[in-house]
Structures are given as structure tokens and as C-alpha cells.
Design a protein around this ligand. Structure first.
Ligand code: FNR
Length: 359
């Protein structure tokens, strides 16, 4: 039996296998009005197909804790009850299929208010449903992005409260796990990294101060999230800067802090916070960052990034480089990747009864 298809239990939630879906924005919600941030048929069909395909756990796309925390006006949100109701349809179907539904809660910080990627992804203003972005410091991501408004300490507290409120709604919506989006240069990541955090108060400067916001978000989420359900955290393990950025050493240290604050798995990505860096991409290029956290801390980890091949995926888990793998684009290409791979490796996997003749 391939380790890839062994179950994993985090707290009291058992995930049937180690093939997980990475969060991927669909930029398909209404940009404004009563249906802003509300999932609909596209989201249902998209997630339902990957659940029917045998995926062990699905992290739904970055879901904003407040309207101004959306990456684009078309992102999903969990700041009102209409959104909760619409998500219930998705979580119910995933659970029926045996897939654990998880939601990625995020705030886009200084990289908020942008166009959909297929429209170029550049910053948008009020004429295209945009808004003024918020950040730890008044430092833009790049020359094309607006200078964000620096959050006051009261506003920092308000955002922490928004994460907690969104987690409470995620529970009401039927999610079994939440993932805090601490990666890719969005708000939580912006606080962590000295590249984007130039504050001189209790939320900036030293490692302890820069990690304070993230840990307060974790604490606030943990306070409302049931003790029997897991909290995941997605991190960018490096800014890919030679100096002045967040480093893999910081990630290892921070993994221990996250564990102490009740996080159950670190989903290890990289980059997105510093513009213009060169990233040596290639098959499994981020796996070593996950493997290092796995080797040096007791925190379970997920590996993500250019994992596409069944033998490659099986080896990452069998070698103990990561506890789970997350697939992004490969699952867009092949919603049944988990079932197809199980078949290839001779592992047991559930098959929807309607598809029994495919076995
Ligand atoms: C992403 N990614 C991403 N990451 C994240 O943390 N939250 C998100 O909402 C998104 N949105 C998103 C949309 C689309 C269309 C893509 C392709 C990617 C990054 C994603 O989760 C993953 O880390 C990368 O795609 C690398 O994995 P793959 O695609 O090489 O398996």
C-alpha cells in the first residue's frame, strides 16, 4: 500500500488520503451587490469534481475575511450569512463524497484590489469595483501597485476579529478544517517579513514583533474553532531574497511557534512577497522547504508546487519529506488524479458508486 493513500488523522478529523487540493482562486463571484463573495454553480461544480475524483482534502480558494481583504473583487468571502449558506452546499457534497472540506481564510493586504488573472491581474480602482488596500506599512508591492494605507493598531485588532468571525462562519458553513493564508505576500505574510513590514510598534521590528500579528490571528481562530478540528497554516518559507527578507530559518523557528499556538499542519509554499526575485522553479522545487520543517520540528507538513507525477508524489510521502502533498494545476487538468494514481499504484480508494464500472 502506498503511503500516499494511507489516512491521516489531525486532531479528531481523519483525512482518507494524502492527495490534497491546493487552494486556487477562481475569481468568479459577483464583484459587488448582495451576491459579492458568494460561491455559486461554478464553484460547486469545480470542487465537486475533485471530490468525486478521490481527493482526500480540498482547501477551497482564498476566501476573504472582509470585503477589502479580497485579492480581486471577484473573490469568495466569509463575512456574511449569505456566503455561509452558499458554502454549505459545497461542504455537504464534499463530505458525502468522503473528502474533507477545508477553507483558506485570507486577507490580501497590499496586494488587494486587483483584476482577475486572465485580465492581467493589475491593480484596479473604484471604477472597476476596487478599493484602497491596507497593509502593515505604507510600502507598495511594486511600482504598479498603489501605496497601501498603514493599519493602525486598532485596525490590526479589527482584522484579527475578522479572521475569528470568518472562522466561526466557516464552522457554520460545514468546514472541517481552516487554513490561515500566511503566504504569497498577502497580509499575514506582509507582517512576517521585514521586506514588507517596516513598523516600529509592537507589530514590527524584531522576529517576535513581526510574528505577533500571525500568532494573534492563530489564537483568535483557535478560540472559536473547535478543539477537535484542525487549523492549517500556509506559509511562504522564503521571500527568495538574499537579505532583508523572511528566510527558511525563520520558517523553522516559526513552525515551532505555530505548533505551540495550536496549528496542526504547515502547508509550505514560497515567494510572492518580494517583487522581481528569481525563483528556481522545477519539479517539486518547494519540497525541500517542507522537508526541512518536517526534519527539524514535530509539526506535520504539506508539500506543494510542481508536483504532477504519481511516482514523484508517492516518493515525497514515502520518504517522509512531507505528510501530504497538495496539487494545484495538475488537479485543474485532471480532477480524478487521486483515483487514477491510486489505480496506478494498486492502492485502495473510494469510487463513487455511479462510476463502479470504471474500476
Ligand atoms: C493559485 N495559488 C493559490 N495559493 C493560495 O494560497 N491561495 C489561492 O487562492 C491561490 N490561488 C491560485 C489560483 C490558481 C489558478 C493557481 C494556478 C494557483 C497557488 C496554488 O495553491 C499552488 O501553491 C501553486 O499553483 C503551485 O502548485 P502547482 O499548481 O504547481 O501544483
Amino acid at each position: 500500500m502506498s503511503a500516499l493513500f494511507e489516512p491521516l488523522t489531525l486532531r479528531e478529523v481523519t483525512i482518507p488520503n494524502r492527495v490534497w487540493m491546493a487552494p486556487m482562486c477562481q475569481y468568479s463571484a459577483e464583484p459587488a451587490g448582495p451576491l459579492a463573495g458568494v460561491p455559486h454553480d461554478w464553484h460547486f461544480a469545480h470542487y465537486a469534481a475533485r471530490a468525486a475524483g478521490g481527493t482526500g482534502l480540498i482547501v477551497t480558494e482564498a476566501t476573504a475575511v472582509a470585503p477589502e481583504g479580497r485579492i480581486s473583487p471577484y473573490d469568495l468571502g466569509l463575512w456574511n450569512d449569505t456566503q455561509v449558506e452558499a458554502f454549505r452546499r459545497i461542504t455537504r457534497f464534499l463530505a458525502e463524497q468522503g473528502t474533507v472540506p477545508a477553507v483558506q481564510l485570507g486577507h490580501a493586504g497590499r496586494k488587494a484590489s486587483t483584476e482577475r488573472t486572465w485580465k492581467g491581474g493589475g491593480p484596479v480602482g473604484p471604477e472597476a469595483h476596487g478599493w484602497q488596500p491596507l497593509a502593515p506599512s505604507a510600502v507598495p508591492f511594486d511600482a504598479h501597485h498603489p501605496v497601501p494605507t498603514e493599519l493602525t493598531v486598532d485596525q490590526v485588532q479589527e482584522v484579527i476579529g475578522q479572521f475569528a468571525a470568518a472562522a466561526r462562519r466557516a464552522l457554520a458553513a460545514g468546514f472541517e478544517a481552516v487554513e490561515i493564508h500566511g503566504a504569497h505576500g498577502y497580509l499575514v505574510n506582509e507582517f512576517l517579513s521585514p521586506h514588507s513590514n517596516h513598523r516600529t510598534d509592537a507589530y514590527g521590528g524584531s522576529y517576535e514583533n513581526r510574528t505577533r500579528f500571525a500568532l494573534e490571528v492563530v489564537d483568535a481562530v483557535r478560540e472559536v474553532w473547535p478543539a477537535e478540528k484542525p487549523v492549517l497554516f500556509r506559509i511562504s518559507a522564503t521571500d527568495w531574497l538574499d537579505e532583508g527578507g523572511w528566510t527558511p530559518d525563520d520558517t523553522v523557528r516559526f513552525a515551532r511557534d505555530l505548533l505551540a499556538h495550536g496549528v496542526d499542519l504547515l502547508d509550505v509554499s514560497t515567494g510572492g512577497n518580494a517583487n522581481g526575485v528569481s525563483i528556481p522553479t522545477g519539479p517539486g522545487y518547494q519540497v525541500p522547504f517542507a522537508a526541512r520543517v518536517k526534519a527539524e520540528t514535530p509539526l506535520p507538513v504539506g508539500a506543494v508546487g510542481l508536483i504532477t507525477d504519481s511516482a514523484q508524489a508517492a516518493k515525497i510521502v514515502a520518504n517522509g519529506e512531507a505528510d501530504v502533498i497538495l496539487l494545484g494545476r495538475e488537479l485543474l487538468r485532471n480532477p480524478s488524479w487521486a483515483r487514477q494514481t491510486a489505480r496506478e499504484l494498486g492502492a485502495e480508494i473510494r469510487v463513487p458508486i455511479q462510476y463502479h464500472r470504471s474500476v
